[in-house]
Design a binder for this molecule. Structure first.
Ligand code: NDP
Length: 312
């Protein structure tokens, strides 16, 4: 039963903070053992989480190594593999490792083999829904591996929107990488479309008003472009460098070398534009700033009301 399972969470970033908060709420309801333990590289964040939500702040990785369920949400699979390597000798045989990082499926398979050698099962469970979804627990989980009852009940504490079993270990990570390619592609093509219309004299808001009641609409035209770009907030909470990482996983890892070089293939184009944008705007810039790169190229700025022309 998962209500007796001790749970430890590693990585209190934009996503992890909210996920751990939902786990703390599950502990308060008695759905998992109380308290949930949290560890973060910058330990002040874990202390703040413990003070705010009644979690237990772990000082060292050893403090979390004996948990029945360990959950990671780190930038990439490299950090997950490094932490697994450090903790492996101390892990409890029969425990479960749930990786909520948007990771690389090939590295995940290797990490799962390393964990299997010490008797620990791994599932990959990357998430979609952003920091706001993490806060409310309304996330979608794309899960790879053997999803037993414990894994399902723990993931359902923070992925209340949907849990999809994608296939063997690593397949959640593969689906998540492709999902984010689509996310970035829709944002880029939506930004390009608004710039073209603005140059022609149509105000972006008016264009979106029509498009969002028509067949060209997407989450990006309905939400991200008006809320983050036209408002000039650029503050969704997902780093451009992390989006580039996901698109690289899909393009470099899932397409053949020949396919990823084709000039008439759209996903490699998305990758090249994100590379340019990350160089220009920085790894930590919000991913919606990829539209800023398009604006700079076109010499036009999109915002509410008429777009303005930018002079070099
Ligand atoms: P953040 O950059 O906000 O947080 C990263 C977390 O990882 C922090 O807790 C950070 O610790 C920790 N960390 C970084 N490097 C190391 C390291 N070498 N060793 C140990 N801990 C480390 O990232 P997000 O929360 O935005 O993203 C986490 C994962 O979730 C990524 O894979 C991302 O692609 C994915 N994701 C993000 C979404 C979003 O909208 N933000 C949506 C869906 C998935 P410290 O506090 O010390 O810096």
């Amino acid at each position: 039963m998962s209500n007796e399972k001790t749970v430890a969470f590693i990585g209190l970033g934009a996503m992890g903070w909210g996920i751990a908060t939902n786990l703390a709420a599950a502990a308060a309801r008695g759905d998992v053992a109380s308290p949930v333990t949290v560890w973060n590289r910058t330990s002040a964040k874990a202390e703040r989480h413990a003070a705010a939500f009644g979690t237990r702040c772990a000082r060292t990785l050893s403090d979390v190594s004996r948990a029945d369920v360990i959950i990671t949400c780190l930038p990439t699979s490299a950090e997950v593999a490094a932490i697994v390597a450090k903790m492996a000798p101390e892990l409890k045989a029969g425990s479960l490792w749930i990786d909520c990082t948007s990771g690389d499926p090939n590295t995940t398979r290797e990490t799962a083999r390393a964990l299997e050698r010490v008797g620990v099962k791994m599932v990959d469970s990357p998430l979609s829904g952003g920091p706001d979804g993490a806060k409310t627990g309304e996330l979608t989980a794309m899960v790879g591996g053997d999803v037993n009852r414990v894994a399902q009940s723990i993931i359902s504490c923070f992925a209340k929107k949907k849990i999809v079993h994608c296939g063997p270990i690593g397949s959640g990570h593969a689906v998540k990488a492709v999902n984010n390619c689509l996310n970035a592609a829709h944002l880029i093509v939506g930004g390009e479309a608004l710039i073209a219309l603005a140059k022609w004299g149509v105000q972006p808001e008016i264009a979106l008003n029509a498009i969002n009641a028509s067949s060209g609409r997407s989450l990006q035209t309905e939400v991200r472009l008006p809320e983050e770009v036209l408002s000039r907030k650029f503050d969704y909470g997902f780093k451009l460098g992390l989006m580039l990482k996901d698109v690289r996983i899909a393009v470099d890892g899932l397409l053949s070398a020949e396919e990823s070089c084709r000039e008439d293939s759209i996903l490699p184009l998305v990758k090249r534009l994100l590379e340019k944008s990350t160089d220009e705007q920085g790894y930590d810039a919000d991913y919606t700033r990829v539209v800023r790169t398009l604006e700079l190229g076109a010499g036009i700025e999109l915002h509410q009301g008429a777009a303005t022309t930018e002079h070099a």
